[in-house]
Design a protein around this ligand. Sequence first.
Ligand code: UD1
Ligand code: UDP
Length: 380
Amino acid sequence: MPHHPRPKALFVVGTRPDAIKTAPVVLEFRRYPEAVETVLVSTGQHREMLAQALGAFGLKADEDLEVMRHGQTLAQVTSRVLEGLDETFERHRPDVVFAQGDTTTTFVAGLASFYRRLPFAHIEAGLRTDTVWDPFPEEYNRRAVGLFAAQNFAPTVWAADNLRREGVPGASIWVTGNTGIDAVRAIAGQPGDPWFPSHTGRVVLLTTHRRENWGEPQQRIAEAVLRIVNDHPDLLLVVPMHLNPNVRATLEGVLDGHDRIRLIDPPDYADFVRLMERSHLILTDSGGVQEEAPSFGRPVLVLRETTERPEGVTAGTAKLVGTDGEAICLEAGRLLDDPTAYAEMANAVSPYGDGRAAARVRFACLRGLGVETPEEAMWA
Ligand code: UD1
Ligand code: UDP
């Protein structure tokens, strides 16, 4: 039974994707203030990029642990967040704690909930690769919270099946779609500056930040995209660089100074969504970007050796190319030079949801807490 007159849901975010994928759920809960109290806590694992992402939804954290330090190690983030959240949970005594995906913030929000025996609700549950080491440390993070989550909101049937295979009770699993699709739909179409209005050729977008790709793989990625740009005189390559100094040094080392390459600071979410729309082709190692790009019919080449999102590959919206330079040039060249190959990917249908995931999460979670809210025929 809830301890409060109305149940209290505490949402924990820390990184850019946490903010973007959690925001639609927070906003959905806040449509029902008489039914549930909603608290948004930031660990501050990211600073500027988190504020930027929340700002796109008109949100600001109610509390911020401000843990970010430059050059922070995983253990440092983990221990600072664990202590901070434990104190936060003590004060708030929430009836349910939410976190999304697979970041350190998510793992620690789970661990702190477990230690206090608080029900933990996992948004974007059930994604898996076949090794706990890749992606590192994200695969461990999401598996760990899957051991005890009271509610698992799986974006797809595939993700829900992964959980069932691991023995997660079926009654705790809901297939909702990915809340990132709710986010991108809420933001797409907002007015804003057009990107590169005077460029008449095609725009190619590159983002890369994953730990597995730091160093040599990222160097190979950068050298490959440089070749692609040099081989296609109409292309403009745009590279929004993650604020991590490791990532920026490699990209700048190879790509800086080219007249058809723009190395830019991370645009805020609304601008980034417009940039995806403006792009002809997207090369990325990001999880969220590979889910969002098909919403605009943009083919995605995934610059990773494994993916926990095989649904896009199966649907034909994304192709897993890895980080070998030859493979990247070959696959990008095919899409840039062969209109049939391009159309096949551009017209494939996104498997990640219909934009109503947050409402499903709200309905299922609150029902679990004994509060009925409208169902709105959302499961059809
Ligand atoms: C984290 C997540 C990763 C996610 C990514 C999304 C973990 C272990 N990793 O990786 O799963 O894909 O976020 O972007 O949780 N920085 C800033 N300002 C910011 C954000 C970052 O300066 O607003 C710099 C800082 O120097 C910071 C560094 O980036 O130390 C790395 O940040 P961190 O959160 O540790 O790892 P990410 O690589 O961002
Ligand atoms: N994004 C953004 N600005 C950028 C790059 C990405 O707003 O410069 C958004 C993107 O649309 C997606 C999310 O950030 O919703 C993905 O974050 P990131 O790639 O950092 O993390 P991942 O999804 O790989 O964990």
